[in-house]
Design a protein around this ligand. Structure first.
Ligand SMILES: *Cc1c(COP(=O)(O)O)cnc(C)c1O
Length: 441
C-alpha cells in the first residue's frame, strides 16, 4: 500500500487521511465518498515548482492539467500556490474563473475547441491557446481580429515518441487525433501559417507523449526531437520560439506492479527534462526556451482515496466471490474503460490478514462494473468500510450519473480538518434538467 505521513493506518490499524479517521469521514459524510489529502497536493506542486527553480533557474512554469480533477476548490488551491493550469473546455474555464483563478495563467488545449469555446476563452483573456489543428489557426485569428486582440498561441506537435507505462516507441507516423506531426512537415507548416497571422503571437511549442509513464528516457528522446524542431524553426525563420512545453504523463503508483515513487522520484521527471534541454541548448547552440510541464495525475492521483461500504457478498462457491460496494463505474470508470487496476484495504483494519481472492464489484447494471478484479483481500462482510487508493485523478472528473446514481461528494482533508470540495448530489440535482415534452403531456 502506498502509505505516507498524511495517509496511513494509526496504532489501531485504521486508515487516517489528513489527520481524519476513515470511520469519522464515513460517519460525517457517508459513502461512497471521494477523499482528497490536500497536504499531498500542495507538497507535489511545491516540489515540482522547486525543481524548476533548482534545475532550470526558475525559468518555467508548472501547469496543473485540470482535466484530472476539476472543481472550484482545486483551482483555489492552484491559485494559492501560484500554479498555472491547463483547461480543455469552456466548462473548465468557467469553473476556474468562478473560483477566482486568473486564467491568463491557463493553457487552453483540445483537438476540437468549439468556436464558442475559443470566443469565450479569448474574451476572458486566456493565457495561451494551444493550436491543435490547421483550421483552428484562421478560426482563432478571425476571432481575435474581431475583438482587437493579439493572442498568445502554442502549437501541439507530435514528436513521434509514444510512451506507455513501462515502454515507449519512436515512430514517424502516429495515428493520434492530437497535434501536428513534426516528421511529415505539418508542424512547420502550422508555424509558418501562425507567423503570418496578425492577431496571433507564437509563444511556444508543445508535446505530450502519453500518460502513466515511468520510463524517463522517453522524455529525453522527446526533448531531443523538440529542441531539433526549435532549431529548425530558428534556421528557417530566424524566430526563437520562447517556450517549450513538455506536457505531463508522469507515472504514479496504483498497484504493486508500479514503482513506489517518493516526491523526489516524481521530481526526477522534471529534472531529467530540464537537464536534457540544458544539454541541447549547449550541444545544439539553441537559445534557452522557457520550460513548461503539465502534470495532472501526479499532482492529484495519489492524494485521493475512495471510501465505500460493503453491501451484499455474492459467493459463487468454488468459482468466484464478489464483494459488492455502494459505488462503482459511476464514480470510477477507469477499470471498465481501460482495465485500470487499484489496491484496496478494509479502512478500519488495514492490517487484517488477506484470506481470499475476491472481486470488488460496483452496483451498476453492467457485468463490467468491477472496481478491482481478483484482489487478495481479508474476509469482508456487510457494513465494512473499504478504501480504494489513488483515485484522485480521472475519478471524479470522469464520474457520471449512470443508473441515476448520485455522483459522490468530494471531501478535502488537511491537518485534522475536513470539508466538502464538491457537495453531494440530491435527487433534485439529478433531475434538474429533465423535461417532459409538451406533446407527451
Ligand atoms: C492529459 C494531458 C496532460 C496530463 O496528463 P497526466 O497523465 O494526467 O499527467 C497534460 N497535457 C496534455 C496536453 C494532456 O492531454
Amino acid at each position: 500500500m502506498n502509505y505516507r505521513k498524511s495517509m496511513m493506518p494509526d496504532e489501531n490499524g485504521e486508515l487516517v487521511i489528513g489527520g481524519v479517521k476513515a470511520s469519522d469521514l464515513r460517519a460525517k459524510y457517508g459513502t461512497p465518498l471521494y477523499v482528497m489529502d490536500v497536504d499531498f497536493i500542495k507538497s507535489v506542486c511545491k516540489a515540482f515548482k522547486d525543481t524548476i527553480a533548482n534545475c532550470y533557474d526558475g525559468y518555467g512554469y508548472v501547469a496543473f492539467a485540470s482535466k484530472a480533477f476539476s472543481c472550484k476548490a482545486i483551482y483555489a488551491i492552484m491559485k494559492k500556490l501560484d500554479m498555472n493550469i491547463d483547461v480543455v473546455s469552456s466548462g473548465e474555464i468557467y469553473t476556474a474563473l468562478s473560483s477566482g483563478f486568473d486564467i491568463s495563467k491557463a493553457y487552453f488545449h483540445g483537438n476540437n475547441k468549439l468556436v464558442s469555446e475559443l470566443e469565450y476563452a479569448v474574451s476572458n483573456n486566456i493565457g495561451v491557446v494551444v493550436i491543435d489543428n490547421i483550421e483552428e489557426i484562421d478560426l482563432l485569428d478571425e476571432i481575435c481580429a474581431a475583438k482587437g486582440i493579439v493572442q498568445k498561441v502554442n502549437i501541439r506537435t507530435n514528436p513521434g515518441v509514444e510512451a506507455h507505462t513501462h515502454s515507449y516507441i519512436q515512430t514517424a507516423k502516429i495515428d493520434s487525433k492530437f497535434g501536428f506531426s513534426i516528421e511529415n512537415g505539418d508542424a512547420m507548416q502550422a508555424i509558418l501559417k501562425i507567423m503570418q497571422c496578425k492577431n496571433l503571437h507564437l509563444n511556444g511549442v508543445n508535446c505530450h507523449i502519453g500518460s502513466q509513464i515511468f520510463d524517463s528516457s522517453a522524455f529525453r528522446l522527446a526533448v531531443d526531437v523538440m529542441t531539433d524542431f526549435i532549431l529548425a524553426i530558428d534556421k528557417q525563420t530566424g524566430y526563437k520560439v520562447p517556450e517549450l512545453n513538455m506536457g505531463g504523463g508522469f507515472g504514479v503508483h496504483y498497484t504493486e506492479n508500479d514503482p513506489k515513487y517518493t516526491l523526489d522520484d516524481y521530481c526526477n521527471y522534471i529534472s531529467i527534462i530540464a537537464l536534457a534541454i540544458k544539454d541541447a541548448v549547449s550541444s545544439k547552440g539553441i537559445h534557452k526556451p522557457r520550460l513548461v510541464v503539465e502534470p495532472g495525475r501526479s499532482i492529484v492521483g495519489e492524494s485521493g482515496i475512495t471510501l465505500y461500504s460493503v453491501g451484499n457478498i455474492r459467493d459463487i462457491k468454488g468459482i468466484k466471490k464478489y464483494v459488492c460496494i455502494d459505488g462503482g463505474m459511476f464514480d470510477n470508470i477507469r477499470p471498465a474503460l481501460y482495465q485500470a487496476e487499484y489496491e484496496a484495504v478494509i479502512a478500519t483494519d488495514c492490517n487484517s490478514k488477506k484470506e481470499e481472492i475476491v472481486s470488488i464489484a460496483g452496483k451498476c447494471c453492467e457485468s463490467g462494473d468491477i472496481i478491482i478484479e481478483n484482489i487478495n483481500f481479508p474476509k469482508a462482510k456487510r457494513g465494512d468500510l473499504i478504501a480504494v487508493f489513488t483515485t484522485g485523478a480521472y475519478g471524479y472528473s470522469m464520474a457520471s450519473n449512470y443508473n441515476r446514481n448520485a455522483i459522490p461528494p468530494v471531501v478535502m482533508v488537511e491537518n485534522g480538518k475536513s470539508d466538502y470540495a464538491v457537495k453531494p448530489q440530491t435527487f433534485e440535482d439529478i433531475t434538474r434538467n429533465d423535461n417532459i415534452p409538451d406533446f407527451l403531456k
